[in-house]
Write a protein that binds this ligand. Structure first.
Ligand code: AHG
Ligand code: MN
Ligand code: MN
Length: 328
């Protein structure tokens, strides 16, 4: 079988657009390079004593682990290599980070290390990215330039550091999946144009927070647990605690992932710009659905770079069933 590397795949896709400058391709290659370095570090984290808290908190008051900072630095330095990104917004930086060349065409959002609580237990973690074009303006670069709805993303994706390291990305032409072969240091195409099953029998949420939920969600989860042979219920429950990994499983196996609003988190906990939008773009491009309960995630007009949103994402039929409970 012929192997296709990520590099080859990106160049091939770029050649389909005669006017393409190659900048977006370069950006994706820069992210892939950082991902390989992060992957290497993740795999030796236990032995290099990088595990544990570094004593600081991130902008949301959460404790930050060393790997979060390492991943943040690697991604930002990779993006700074080529002068095509003007601004980076990261979970680990309170404000926008302006790269040296403010004339760069792209704005990049990222969650450098998603699922940090999994670091100490050697479970799956990930990196998430979302790319926008800087709006045309004679004004100097402003933070508001980054406040674009998810429908304006030109590319998005994630890398998972799990039992293998995989990268999924979309540029609006389906979802492509690659697996890192560490022996040759290349991401190899493992699945082209990934499609999410139309329905699935897995639900994924932190059910320990049941007491904080609205009645409609409580009823939906009881529906998932009820016996019905026709719809293959009861569903299985799976929750990794790393959104990128939970959504990746949902992409491949179908079902639904939910991080709701609740009395504990009135706006949900997950971040619109660097968790929910990029993963929604991937899932929609694969034929799935993503909503905040009343509207499409990617149509939300952001007001702040770090804002939160509730999210219900996955197979079309599963999300539609949940919406019936919200409307009832
Ligand atoms: P991060 O590690 O970037 O802070 O993100 C963790 C997020 C998300 O990946 C995961 O789905 C969720 O937090 C888990 O939250 P709970 O511990 O509240 O279930
Ligand atoms: Mn995260
Ligand atoms: Mn994070």
């Amino acid at each position: 079988m012929k192997l296709t590397t990520l590099e080859e795949h990106i160049i091939h896709a770029q050649n389909k657009f005669p006017g393409a400058t190659g900048d977006l391709s370069q950006l994706l290659r820069d992210i892939a390079l950082a991902a390989k370095i992060i992957s290497r570090e993740v795999n030796k984290a236990g032995i290099t004593n990088i595990l544990g808290l570094d004593g600081a908190s991130n902008v949301h008051g959460e404790s930050v682990k060393k790997l979060d900072l390492f991943a943040n630095e690697q991604l930002q330095s990779a993006l700074g290599r080529s002068n095509i990104t003007c601004m980076v917004i990261s979970e680990e930086n309170e404000g926008v980070v302006r790269l040296s060349d403010e004339s760069g065409k792209y704005i990049v959002y990222m969650d450098p290390l998603d699922g940090s609580s999994n670091i100490d237990i050697s479970a799956t973690i990930g990196s998430i990215f979302s790319i926008y074009i800087r709006p045309e303006s004679k004004e100097p670069l402003r933070e508001v330039d980054a406040l674009q709805p998810g429908t304006k993303q030109v590319a998005a994706g994630y890398v998972l550091y799990g039992s293998s390291t995989v990268m999924a990305y979309t540029t609006g032409m389906g979802v492509q999946l690659f697996t890192l072969d560490p022996s040759i240091g290349e991401f190899i195409l493992s699945e082209e144009d990934v499609r999410i099953p139309e329905t699935g029998n897995i639900y994924s949420t932190d059910e320990g927070s049941y007491i904080y939920w609205d009645e409609a969600l409580k009823k939906y989860v009881k529906y998932c647990q009820a016996f019905d042979t026709e719809t293959n219920r009861p569903y299985k429950a799976r929750y990794i605690g790393c959104m990128a990994a939970d959504v990746h499983r949902t992409l491949l196996e179908g079902g639904i992932f939910m991080y709701p609003d609740s009395s504990k988190y009135p706006n949900g906990k997950l971040r619109l710009m660097y968790e929910c939008n990029p993963l929604s773009y991937i899932i929609e491009q694969a034929g799935g659905v993503s909503t905040n309960g009343s509207s499409r995630i990617m149509e939300i007009q952001p007001k702040e770079i770090h804002e939160c949103t509730p999210i219900y994402i996955g197979s079309k039929k599963n999300v539609e069933k949940l919406e019936e409970f919200f409307l009832a």
